[in-house]
Design a protein around this ligand. Sequence first.
Ligand code: ADP
Ligand code: F6P
Length: 324
Amino acid sequence: MAKGINTIGVLTSGGDAPGMNAAIRAVVRKAISEGKKVKGIYKGYNGLLNEEIKDLTARDVSDTISKGGTILYTARCAEFRTEEGQKRGAEVCRKHGIDGLVVIGGDGSFAGAQKLANLGINTVGLPGTIDLDIACTEYTIGFDTAVNTAMEAIDKVRDTSTSHERCSIIEVMGRNAGYIALWCGIANGAEDILLPEKYDYDEQKLINNIIATRKRGKKHHIIINAEGIGHSTSMARRIEAATGVETRATILGHMQRGGSPTCKDRVYASMMGAYAVDLLCEGKTNRVVGYRHGDFQDFDINEALAMQKSIPEYWYRVSRALSI
Ligand code: ADP
Ligand code: F6P
């Protein structure tokens, strides 16, 4: 039988992502419109353990939908990985009357939510990461903004790369996931893309391709390198020495995590925030909200964490075919 929820807590955890504020705002306003109280938990699971918790009103989230970052701040919390930390987290929730919790973050944050669910706190996870690396969903909050930010930056590097007839290695975020690199590879028309999931570390192949594209009359050679492969600066030095083509490295870094969210990130994050509140109001727990086949859906956290996702082979092949 569904357990009645009175107070919904919300926190952001792990790396921040543009659109997290839209999700927080939606949680707050949808919950209030359902007659619930809302509490903001600051700095992720750290703030839960330190009881950095404040009531949130509909006005507290005014003027936030267009802002990057997260108004609740975010953190990584080693203590919450321990059983003791998790038990204490559940106690803090009970002490503050939080009987439903929305956790906005990635797989690690969902693992934390799963532990709280096992300890009797109703939890729902929302996929918040620029990396798009959550298996149960085709959309994650922040990816669209990040990939547009990276795309615009790469266009600029490409202009100067063409003027100087250079090779440019542009490093984008993604320690374990190549989705930003893949999308930019297609959107920016990169000659090469190096993805953690695919790169064979055969630098000679890259060098041969640069020489070949020069012979075909290309004025620049753009290599999009994912952070997980890294070493862009030393790679540039080696490529220049081997090809004779002037080569520069640009590391885009954390600028990809900031900035005003795109329309898509605002709208999808808002929908997901509202959906999470609906799930909690229905008495559901241990769920993750995802977007698949054109609609929002929810999944059991255990099942969601067991799902696998990989770079779609056809997309990769198309990106290669279009770079000739
Ligand atoms: P993300 O949520 O983006 O994957 P992390 O992997 O850094 O980011 O996880 C964020 C936080 O979630 C961690 O700092 C920790 O507090 C919590 N967390 C991660 N894994 C677990 C786990 N297995 N059990 C409990 N909490 C976890
Ligand atoms: O998960 C998002 C992400 O930006 C990754 O792409 C990147 O590898 C990581 O976070 C960087 O984390 P930090 O902010 O701790 O440097």
